[in-house]
Design a protein around this ligand. Structure first.
Ligand code: TYD
Ligand code: MG
Length: 458
């Protein structure tokens, strides 16, 4: 076999015959690493001759109902679309220390059938310590500390587990590729061998993947295309809440999320996200508002905190946790134009409770009210919540699943919810006791919340 070496971008997988400093396809610097490739496919004339492969009519294809493996974990099942499909390959990505290993060992321990946990990162005793913390030791879960795929495959064959966990794909190596573990070629080859094995033997595999500084799963982008399901485990490692989000799923929707809480004895499922809000109900403080958000298909209320103060240094700071900073800047610009607030000399800090990242545009209304409330030092009553997107002209736009949001807010005990006036038609039929206030412009919202109350306070 002829060997040649090429330079491969470790960020996107682009290749080049010679070393280059900046990747022409992903624009990253210093990402090219020399890798040896063995050309195994030779497009010799024999390859494309007639074979046994024949297309079939779609009506002739028989589908057998897939029996999914129940992971005994409602949140995990929910994200997958009802359990693990046999033979599927699931990639779980996340920052270091977020709890990928904890989640996977918990799943491996919880499944009543035999499971195999392969670790290239930790020793068997470290894994045992973790399992002891989770206070669950079963004889069904086997541990293998190994990094060479050629040794892992026979071990899986021999033990015939119902699920294999690989922690992590970046630590694996195959003798087929000469580059070091973690390089694009190694990751791609190892994943390819494991995926083929999973499909041929109908054994599902969970691959744990590290993410790089941009938040993408490290290694070739094609890894995400190769597997059936990609899940992202998110959260702030200094907080307790974690969100498991589906990014790609060949066997279900990607609109579901799973919510967990990291405790000293492992990850607890948060089946009722309303409890994320616990701190709020005690006092009336300025800068705190509540949003009736929807993440995935689930409604929940979440607290938004803001602090606006005079900029200590020349350049005002904009700092957010759990919210997009660009979006905050946009909202501040709208506030400046529409309500005349000069926030360009102020520092603005914004936090979403629990360190959770929410991708719901309906958070906008509570973000601007939190900022205004902090700036004016006027508290928003604690039994009021918001659900509305803010447009560039200051209009309050309608949001998805507004009924669900209203019902959830009502269930948790809120007395008033602010929504867009554009919902007028949709919500006529909802029976509710909560007071629904419809607004069409942020000027209007501002007047309702602050101007009237300020004059009564004076
Ligand atoms: P880990 O699963 O090792 O993260 P990853 O594999 O994503 O790098 O979890 C790391 C953190 O979780 C670690 O800082 C300790 C904490 N942890 C708990 O709080 N409780 C537990 O029961 C366990 C096992 C870990
Ligand atoms: Mg780990």
């Amino acid at each position: 076999m002829k060997q040649k070496s090429v330079y491969i971008c470790q960020n996107c997988g682009a290749s080049s015959p010679k070393w280059i400093g900046k990747c022409p396809s992903c624009q990253q610097w210093n990402t090219f690493v020399e890798e040896v490739v063995t050309n195994t496919i030779k497009p010799s004339s024999g390859v494309f001759q007639a074979s046994e492969v024949r297309p079939v009519k779609i009506s002739d294809i028989k589908t057998d109902t897939v029996v999914r493996i129940d992971t005994n974990n409602t949140e995990f099942n929910r994200v997958l679309g009802g359990g693990i499909v046999p033979g599927s390959v699931i990639l779980i990505g996340g920052e270091p220390g977020i709890g990928k290993s904890t989640l996977s060992i918990q799943i491996a321990l919880n499944i009543p059938q035999k499971t195999l946990y392969v670790s290239g990162e930790e020793s068997a005793s470290q894994i045992k310590l973790r399992a002891d913390r989770i206070k669950k030791s079963t004889d069904n879960c086997l541990i293998l500390c190994e990094v060479t795929v050629e040794n892992i495959i026979p071990a899986i064959r021999e033990t015939k587990p119902a699920l294999v966990v690989i922690d992590s794909i970046q630590t694996l190596r195959t003798v087929n590729a000469e580059s070091s573990p973690g390089t694009v070629t190694q990751i791609r080859e190892c994943a390819d061998i494991l995926i083929r094995f999973a499909k041929e033997n109908n054994i599902p595999v969970i691959l744990i993947g590290h993410i790089n500084k941009d938040g993408n799963i490290a290694g070739p982008k094609i890894l995400e295309h190769m597997v059936d399901t990609v899940l992202q485990f998110e959260g702030d490692s200094s907080h307790v809440y974690r969100v498991l989000r589906g990014i790609k799923n060949r066997f279900g929707t990607t609109s579901e999320v799973g919510i967990f809480e990291m405790l000293s004895d492992g990850l607890r499922q948060v089946s009722n996200p309303g409890e994320l809000l616990i701190h709020h109900h005690e006092s009336n403080t300025s800068g705190v508002t509540v949003s009736a958000a929807v993440e995935g298909l689930r409604p929940f209320v979440i607290e938004v905190q803001s602090l606006v103060s005079t900029a200590a240094y020349g350049v005002p700071q904009r700092s957010t946790t759990g919210f997009d900073t660009k979006r905050l800047n946009m909202l501040l610009a709208v506030l400046e134009r529409r309500c005349g607030f000069r926030l360009n000399t102020k520092d603005v800090f914004l936090n979403i409770a629990g360190g959770i990242k929410i991708n719901d545009p309906a958070m906008d209304m509570s973000v601007i009210t939190a900022v205004l409330s902090s700036d004016l030092d006027i508290a928003i009553p604690h039994d009021v919540c918001f659900a509305g997107e803010v447009g560039l002209t200051g209009e309050i736009r309608p949001v998805s699943r507004v009924e669900q949001r209203i019902v959830e807010a009502e269930k948790i005990g809120f007395k008033k919810i602010f929504i867009s006036a554009a919902h007028k038609k949709n919500i006529e039929n909802i029976r509710h006791t909560i007071d629904i206030v419809m607004v069409s412009k942020i000027e209007e919202l501002f007047r309702m919340l602050f101007v009237k109350r300020r004059s009564t306070q004076e």
